[in-house]
Design a binder for this molecule. Structure first.
Ligand code: C2E
Ligand code: MG
Ligand code: MG
Length: 755
């Protein structure tokens, strides 16, 4: 619990306790006053009425007995003088007492009877005195008179006793009332005392808590003086009521002038204050803000008991700078300085959420692989950086569509234009970029050409993945057709993509259902005219229709299926090759096509080693056909892998030679055995002298580098003859044999080189 809450509680508790004590005090005083008054009245009544009455009654009784005694003494002594003195005194007293009793009790029946008795007694006493004082006293009468007097006197006793009992009852009743009243008063006083004790205990506790809070506050207030971080107190109007020495130092450092601590407040401080007061969840909030070139973390506290704000500032400039640096690194590509692909995805996803129309574009440097293989990675990366800077400058100079540029990786850039660009606007944008890039000479005199692909949100995709895919499709289409008017994605392209997607799905199923087959196309030695091996070619019947590997292999590469499919091809080809070897064709070499992607995998070498081990095939019976494209991904690693494969004893051939872009200098480092002349040079070789000279050059090159040369796509005798005359080592083509299923190939082999 925070100190403020303790304070608030203590205050409320103490106020409540005061109120309770006050109310109880008033109530108890009222009860004591009322009851005291009542008891006093009763006591006064008891003292002034009942007790004297009781006394008088006893006096009356005694006076009457005394009166009787005087009469008897007079009879016995006959001393008249002594009798008259004592008797009259007693008589007067009895009369006085009686009168007083009359006043107190009133004319009630016992007193009336007593009065009658008193009168009768007086008359009898008078008659008795006359008899005694007579000259001739009649002693017998005197004795009779005395007896009557005694009887009358005794007759007064029950009346007096009745009055005494009456008085006693009244006394008892008063006593009861007084005792009860006193009991009640005592109970109230005791309860009040107890309540006061309990409340005093609670108050003491609250005061203790308050004192410890106060001590804490005092200690904390000292902290702020010694605190090296600025501490500022504000009242509820945000007027500075206190600031510590560190605040003054900061003001000095920022040149804001001493005593101007309010200049250090965050501009939106009121927002945070309202949040604290309105939410009421916590009495503090933490936020960051900037003052001049410094960043601060502010811990804002609301002190309810003092109705003050306390601000504790911590200079987080260093941390913030580091954070900003990290943010920059996380969102930018450091070499180009452009926003990176994470930022691109984030931006596009956010824009998609706002549902505002926008255009997504991809820009790629054309023939980038050639740039790498020709100029090397360092030059290529310098060119990329220069292109990045140029694109950034061009876009800022023509930025009418609010375009932002991102670096996506390798040779690719992306554009996000916050306006939905139509065909015309896109064409004009492409033209402007094209013109400016064409006019720029890049590093090493390199001239750059770009390819473009655009997709509009939401017509061409409603998320990043779709927009990227579709603009890439548009880019591929326009790049392959060389048609700049096709840079924006359209429906036909969409359909093509859809069909490709279907094909990928079917391929996935076909892999699981083992629907692929390997065919073997024999290769012939031109010198011996014998089969020396075969190329394994994948075959797939999709819904009863043969699919061309040229159609589905690139898709398998794009969808990642090539790994699993490539493994299957290599394993099956080696298995079948081992079967042929075991059937007796021990020198036969089976060539397997390896996709550049498959070749580029880190574990490719170990896969080949393993497949040879598992199938038992000797490395010499296996040939791997790779294209020059294998060096695209990592030239040095590719050359290293080729060297390792060579070491293993595997034959290596460069497929489709002549169509790639590797310079001849690389061939020396390639560690290969064979060049496979692309069929495009063979197709019309009998008519095209240009093709003839290329083929002748390749054959000579092979001879110089001590490489075998094979020509593929040989469809006729004339082509075979030309190649033979040029010194080509081997041929492969429909003229010799079409690709054959395994069993047909075995039959073919039996005919050619029976074992
Ligand atoms: P490639 O490796 O250059 O294969 C030679 C292609 O030429 C084969 O086409 C073959 O059937 C065809 N061919 C052979 N002789 C002649 C001829 O005399 N005239 C004509 N016009 N064509 C001929 P296919 O089987 O359709 O394969 C096409 C491409 O697909 C292959 O070109 C290769 O790049 C790829 N491919 C085929 N099978 C595989 C495979 O198992 N793995 C991988 N990664 N790629 C494969
Ligand atoms: Mg091939
Ligand atoms: Mg080929």
């Amino acid at each position: 619990m925070s100190i403020n809450i303790v304070n608030q509680l203590s205050h409320r508790l103490i106020n409540l306790i005061f109120a309770i004590v006050l109310v109880l005090g008033i109530a108890v005083s009222g009860v004591v006053f009322y009851k005291g008054d009542f008891i006093a009245k009763k006591a006064v009544e008891l003292i002034s009425q009942q007790i004297p009455a009781y006394d008088l009654l006893r006096k009356l009784n005694n006076s009457l007995i005394e009166k009787e005694r005087f009469l008897y003494e007079f009879y016995a002594t006959e001393q008249q003088q002594q009798f008259e003195r004592g008797y009259s005194e007693t008589n007067q007293q009895a009369q006085r007492v009686f009168d007083e009793l009359m006043v107190r009790f009133g004319d009630i029946p016992p007193l009336q009877i007593t009065k009658t008795s008193l009168n009768e007694l007086n008359i009898l006493a008078d008659e008795f005195v006359q008899n005694i004082t007579a000259s001739q006293t009649n002693w017998a009468l005197a004795r009779q008179q005395l007896r009557i007097i005694s009887d009358v006197r005794r007759a007064t006793s029950p009346q007096i006793q009745q009055l005494i009992t009456l008085t006693e009852n009244k006394v008892e009743e008063s006593e009861h009332v007084i005792t009860n009243g006193l009991e009640l008063v005592r109970l109230f006083v005791v309860l009040y005392g107890l309540a006061t004790l309990i409340l005093a205990y609670i108050v003491a506790k609250a005061i203790k808590a308050y004192l410890s809070t106060a001590a804490n506050n005092q200690r904390l207030s000292l902290f702020s003086t010694r605190n090296p971080n600025p501490v500022i107190s504000l009242d509820s109007q945000n007027t500075v009521t206190y600031c510590n020495p560190a605040t003054e130092n900061l003001l000095k450092k920022l040149d804001l002038g001493m005593g101007n601590a309010e200049l250090l407040l965050a501009k939106d401080i009121k927002v945070y204050q309202t949040e604290i007061l309105d939410e009421g969840i916590a009495d503090s909030k933490q936020f960051e803000y900037q003052i001049a070139q410094l960043y601060f973390q502010c811990d804002l506290h609301w002190l309810e008991d003092q109705r003050q704000w306390d601000m504790h500032l911590t200079d987080i400039t260093e941390r913030k700078k580091f954070e900003l640096e990290l943010q920059y690194r996380a969102s930018h590509h450091l070499q180009t300085g452009l926003l990176n692909h994470y930022e691109l995805e984030k931006t596009v996803t956010q824009l998609c959420k706002t549902e505002q129309k926008f255009t997504f574009g991809l820009i790629e440097i054309r023939s980038f692989s050639q740039l790498i293989s020709g100029q090397g990675v360092t030059v290529a990366s310098t060119v990329v950086n220069e292109v990045a800077t140029s694109l950034d400058n061009i876009l800022s100079s023509i930025d009418k569509a609010g375009c932002r540029i991102f670096y996506v990786g390798e040779k690719s850039f992306a554009l996000v234009c916050t306006t939905d660009l139509n065909n015309k606007k896109i064409d004009s944008l492409v033209e402007q970029i094209d013109q400016k890039i064409a006019a720029t000479i890049f590093h090493c005199q390199y001239q750059v050409q770009l390819d473009f692909g655009f997709a509009n949100y939401p017509q061409h995709g409603n998320d990043y993945k779709q927009l990227h895919k579709n603009s890439l499709a548009a880019l591929d289409k326009s790049a392959s057709s060389g048609d700049r008017s096709q840079v924006l994605f359209n429906l036909q392209l969409g359909e093509k993509l859809y069909h490709e997607q279907q094909l990928i799905e079917d391929m996935r199923v076909a892999i699981q259902m083992a629907q692929f087959e390997l065919y073997f196309q024999p290769q012939m030695s031109l010198s011996s005219e014998k089969v020396i091996g075969a190329e394994a070619l994948i075959r797939w019947q999709r819904n009863g229709q043969w699919m061309s590997p040229s159609e589905f292999i690139p898709l398998a590469e794009r969808s990642g299926l090539i790994d699993i499919l490539g493994d299957w091809i290599l394993h099956t080809a080696c298995q079948k090759a081992q079967n042929l070897v075991s059937l007796g064709w021990s020198d036969l070499v089976i060539a397997v096509n390896i996709s550049p992607l498959q070749f580029g995998r880190k574990d490719f070498l170990s896969k080949v080693t393993n497949v040879l081990k598992v199938t038992g095939l000797e490395a010499k019976n296996l040939e791997l056909e790779v294209t020059e494209g294998v060096i695209i991904y990592n030239e040095n690693e590719a050359i290293e892998t080729l060297a390792q494969l060579k070491k293993l004893g595997v034959n290596l051939a460069i497929d489709d030679f002549g169509t790639g872009y590797s310079s001849l200098s690389y061939l020396r480092r390639f560690n290969i055995d064979k060049l496979k002349i692309d069929q495009s040079f063979i197709h019309d070789i009998q008519h095209q002298t240009a093709d003839q000279s290329i083929v002748r050059t390749i054959i000579e090159l092979g001879r110089n580098l001590e490489l075998k040369v094979i020509a593929e796509g040989v469809e006729g005798l004339e082509q075979q003859a030309i190649l033979a005359s040029m010194g080509c080592d081997e041929i492969q083509g429909f003229y010799f044999s079409h690709p054959l299923p395994e069993q047909h190939f075995i039959d073919f082999l039996q005919q050619q080189i029976p074992v």
